[in-house]
Write a protein that binds this ligand. Structure first.
Ligand code: PMP
Length: 393
C-alpha cells in the first residue's frame, strides 16, 4: 500500500496524556480501589494458562469459598461485570419453557426477569415498590402457584437500599423443588451471607463494590443441587461464552486432569481480585460486616440530624453498603448530586429504575467504609442543601 494512503488522522485527544480525577466514589459502585489492589493491576501480565496463573485462579476460588461461606467445588470468577454472572446463572440453570419466579423490589429483579424472558422461560414475578421486601408467606404462595425451577432474589437491592432477610428462604425453595438464586453484587462482604447454611444454590457478586477491585470480574458459586440441574439439561446453554461446562474446566472445577482454553481471562483483573479477596481474608468477614454496619449507622445518624429522611423505614432491612435518602422536598436531586461532585469531589447518585427521582444514594463499601468518608459525604450534603435551589412550592 502506498504511503499517504491513510486519510484519517490520529485523534488529537489521544495525543494528550491520560487524565483521571481523584474522587470519593461514594455512589452505589464502583468504589475506590486501595493501593495494594492498584499495584496488583500494574503488574506485568502472564499467560492465561500458565501454571502460575492457574495457581492464582485456585487462590481466587478459595477466597470466594471463604467470602461466600461455601464448600461448593463449582466456585469461580466470571470474566465480566455483575451482569455476566446474572446471565451465567440464569442461562445455565434454566431452559426454554421452564418456569422462573423473580422477586422484583427494584431494578435487579426487573433485569433478571428480562434475562430469563430472553431465553424463553415462563417468567412470573412477585412485585413490591422500591423499599419493600417479601415475607416468607408471600414467597411460598408464589412457589406453590408457579412451580418454578428457580427463584431469583436480590440480597442488597442497590436501587432501593434494602437488604433482604434470607433466613428460611433456601429451605422453602428446596421444599418446593426449586433452586434459590441470590444476587449479592451490592452486599457481599458488607452484610452477612452464609451460602451453605442459608441454602443458597447460586450466588454471585461483583468485583467493584465491597471487594474494591476494578470492575470486570464477578465471583459466582453453584451448589450440588444447581450443578445437577445445569449439567443434566436437554439443550445447550444459549451462550457459548457463559457455558458452565467450559468455565468449570477453565477453573479446574470439573475433575479433569487438564484445563483447556475457552477464552482469555482478564489476567490483571484476576490479579486484583486475588488481592481483594486476600484483604477480606486478612480482615475477616465478621469484622467487615461489623464495620459496614457501624459506618452505615454513623452515616444514618448524621443524615437524620441534618433533617434528611432515610428512604427505608425499617432499620433491620437497611442495606449497610448503599444508603437511600428520600430526596428532600423542594430540591432537585440532580442539582444536589452535581453540587457534591463539583465542589467536594464526592459522588452521590440519584435513584435507578423504579427508584428514579425518589432517592439519593450513598455507597460506602469495603475500603471506602469508614467514618471519615461518611463525614465527607455528610459535609457535601450539608453544603449542597445550603447552596442548591429550593423551590417555594
Ligand atoms: N446487581 C446489583 C444488586 C447491583 O448493584 C449491580 C451493579 N450496580 C449489578 C447487579 C450489576 O453489576 P454490573 O454493573 O457489574 O454489571
Amino acid at each position: 500500500l502506498a504511503m499517504g494512503s491513510v486519510s484519517i488522522p490520529p485523534p488529537a485527544s489521544l495525543l494528550r496524556p491520560l487524565e483521571t480525577p481523584q474522587r470519593l466514589l461514594s455512589g452505589p459502585g464502583p468504589s475506590n480501589v486501595p493501593p495494594r489492589v492498584l499495584a496488583a493491576a500494574a503488574r506485568q501480565i502472564i499467560g492465561h494458562m500458565h501454571g502460575e496463573m492457574l495457581e492464582i485462579m485456585d487462590d481466587i476460588k478459595k477466597g470466594i469459598q471463604y467470602a461466600f461461606q461455601t464448600q461448593n467445588n463449582m466456585t469461580l470468577a466470571m470474566s465480566g461485570p455483575g451482569h455476566v454472572a446474572m446471565e451465567c446463572a440464569i442461562f445455565n440453570t434454566v431452559e426454554s419453557g421452564e418456569s422462573v419466579l423473580v422477586a422484583v423490589n427494584g431494578i435487579w429483579g426487573e433485569r433478571a426477569a428480562e434475562i430469563a424472558e430472553r431465553i424463553g422461560a415462563r417468567v412470573n414475578t412477585i412485585v413490591k415498590p422500591p423499599g419493600g421486601y417479601f415475607t416468607k408467606e408471600e414467597i411460598e404462595q408464589a412457589l406453590v402457584e408457579h412451580k418454578p425451577v428457580i427463584f431469583f432474589l436480590t440480597h442488597g437491592e442497590s436501587s432501593s437500599g434494602v437488604v433482604h432477610p434470607l433466613d428460611g428462604i433456601g429451605d422453602l425453595c428446596h421444599s418446593h423443588n426449586c433452586l434459590f438464586l441470590l444476587d449479592a453484587v451490592a452486599s457481599l462482604g458488607g452484610s452477612p451471607i452464609l451460602m451453605d447454611k442459608q441454602g443458597i444454590d447460586i450466588l454471585y457478586t461483583g468485583s467493584q463494590k465491597v471487594l474494591n477491585s476494578p470492575p470486570g470480574t464477578a465471583p459466582i458459586s453453584f451448589s450440588e443441587r444447581a450443578c445437577k440441574k445445569m449439567f443434566h439439561r436437554k439443550t445447550k446453554p444459549l451462550s457459548y461464552f457463559l457455558d458452565m461446562g467450559w468455565l468449570a474446566n477453565y477453573w479446574g472445577c470439573d475433575g479433569k486432569p487438564t484445563r483447556t482454553y475457552h477464552h482469555t481471562g482478564p489476567i490483571s483483573g484476576f490479579f486484583t481480585l486475588r488481592e481483594s479477596l486476600a484483604i477480606l481474608a486478612e480482615m475477616g468477614l465478621e469484622n467487615s460486616w461489623n464495620r459496614h454496619k457501624e459506618v452505615a449507622e454513623h452515616l444514618h445518624k448524621g443524615l437524620e440530624s441534618m433533617g434528611f429522611k432515610l428512604f427505608v423505614q425499617e432499620k433491620h432491612v437497611r442495606l449497610p453498603t448503599v444508603t437511600t435518602i428520600t430526596v428532600p422536598p423542594g430540591y432537585d436531586w440532580r442539582e444536589i448530586t452535581v453540587y457534591a461532585m463539583k465542589h467536594h469531589n464526592v459522588e452521590i447518585s440519584g435513584g435507578l429504575g423504579p427508584s428514579s427521582g425518589m432517592v439519593l444514594r450513598v455507597g460506602l463499601m469495603g475500603y471506602n467504609s469508614n467514618k471519615a468518608n461518611a463525614d465527607k459525604v455528610l459535609e457535601a450534603l450539608r453544603e449542597a442543601l445550603k447552596h442548591c435551589h429550593k423551590s417555594k412550592v
